[in-house]
Design a protein around this ligand. Structure first.
Ligand SMILES: N[C@@H](CCC(=O)N[C@@H](CS)C(=O)NCC(=O)O)C(=O)O
Length: 217
């Protein structure tokens, strides 16, 4: 049975999962969910994703939601193909990977989503941007990225010298910073080097303009 991804072609969380499918070279069928018509709030969707947000997957009847959990599932299920995205045998490497995942969720995601919501999503909904919120989020993000810059001066990626899921988790919201008018990802040398590296990969090129089904790799 082909792997099924339900989401919105342009949503950040759907792209997060699609990057991983491309890195792992897993063919998949994409089922678009229309967020504009609130398809994600319909009873049939809520049966699969009770929080009413995208994405979710159906892997031969196994339903899973939360983009980072789905990404881990794919990375482990297809451990031996494509890019290795989670360390599995070395306890210390596993711990450093978990640390990097926590860094993304606590020191990056809250600030980039605040900027993206204010500068991109809210205006589309007719809600005025709160510039004070944007300024505060960018100031906090800049302080966090100063720490990233120190870490990335010593190693290639956030969990060590191998790329992992933790790096890829940053991309879909992180690229929106430029759209929101901020060049913060280019403003610190080691962060800029890392950012160019992970956003130059074919997996991101394949999904950045919208997620589509892939019949084979
Ligand atoms: N933590 C969830 C967040 C999912 C989420 O917020 N999805 C957004 C798109 S990126 C969504 O479905 N928004 C529509 C809505 O809130 O109704 C994940 O990572 O999967």
């Amino acid at each position: 049975m082909v792997f099924k991804l339900y989401g919105s072609a342009f949503s950040t969380c759907t792209k997060r999962v699609a990057i991983v499918l491309h890195e792992k070279r897993v063919p998949f069928e994409f089922f678009p969910i229309n967020l504009a018509t609130r398809e994600q709030k319909t009873p049939s969707f809520l049966e699969k994703q009770p929080f009413g947000v995208v994405p979710y997957i159906d892997d031969d009847g196994f339903i899973l939601y939360e983009s980072r959990a789905i990404s881990r599932y794919i990375a482990l299920k297809y451990e031996s193909q494509g890019t290795k995205l989670i360390p599995t045998h070395d306890l210390k490497k596993i711990a450093l990977f978990e640390q990097a995942v926590c860094i993304e969720q606590s020191s990056f995601d809250p600030y980039v989503t605040a900027v993206g919501m204010e500068k991109i999503i809210n205006p589309r909904k007719g809600i005025q941007t709160n510039e004070a919120t944007v300024e505060a989020a960018l100031a906090s993000l800049s302080a966090k990225l100063d720490v990233y810059d120190v870490i990335l001066a010593k190693q290639k990626y956030l969990a060590g010298d191998d790329v992992t899921l933790a790096d890829f988790f940053h991309i879909p919201w992180g690229v929106l910073l430029v759209v929101a008018g901020s060049d913060i990802m280019e403003s610190k040398p080691n962060v800029a080097r890392w950012w160019k590296d992970i956003t130059s990969r074919p997996s991101w090129a394949a999904v950045k303009d919208g997620v589509n089904s892939v019949a084979s790799f």
